[in-house]
Structure formats: structure tokens, C-alpha cells
Write a protein that binds this ligand. Structure first.
Ligand code: SF4
Length: 95
């Protein structure tokens, strides 16, 4: 099996959590429910199949399977960090 890996565009993740249900081996959620993934090459067929299902199940297209040697997606910022920055900016505007 050629090395493949699961990747996430954190700026797209909406925190639905479906990916964790489908592929708990590679996905974890932060305290707000936003996903991060283990991007190490996938070595087991069954886990690769689950990762493919997670890609298909994600309602916002935040996940992808790439060859292990492919460059990372251009947007790598964690969704929770982006949302915290947005919340901070909104708070700063109010006060
Ligand atoms: S990656 Fe997709 S399925 Fe997983 S938590 Fe984010 S939006 Fe939901």
C-alpha cells in the first residue's frame, strides 16, 4: 500500500464530529468539538478505509486523503484558534 495520510483544513471544520465517529484511530476533537487528525502515513488497510469514509462523511469537505509525500494543504490554521481570534476581535470591538 502506497503511503497515504489523512489531512484536515482546519479553517473549514465546523465541529460536526462525524469524522471521529467514523475514524477514531486518526481523529480527535478539541474541547470545542473541532477536529485534528494524525497525519502520519496510514499503514493499515482498515484504517485507510475508515479515513476514506471520514472524508466522504464530512459535511464541509474539510478532510482529504493525500499521498504521504504530498505537501500539506495550504491552510493549516486550527479552526479553534481561528475562532478564538475571531471571538477576541469581536470582544475587542465591543469594549
Ligand atoms: S472535519 Fe468535518 S466531520 Fe470532522 S469535525 Fe470537522 S466538520 Fe465535522
Amino acid at each position: 500500500m502506497a503511503g497515504m495520510r489523512l489531512v484536515i483544513d482546519g479553517s473549514r471544520c465546523d465541529g460536526h464530529g462525524i469524522c471521529l465517529l467514523v475514524c477514531p484511530e486518526l481523529v480527535s476533537l478539541d474541547e470545542w468539538g473541532y477536529a485534528s487528525v494524525d497525519e502520519q502515513p496510514i499503514t493499515e488497510k482498515t484504517i485507510l478505509a475508515r479515513a476514506r469514509r471520514a472524508v466522504t462523511a464530512c459535511p464541509v469537505g474539510a478532510l482529504a486523503i493525500l499521498p504521504a509525500t504530498a505537501p500539506a494543504p495550504p491552510v493549516r490554521r486550527a479552526a479553534s484558534s481561528a475562532r478564538l481570534a475571531d471571538q477576541w476581535a469581536a470582544t475587542a470591538r465591543v469594549s
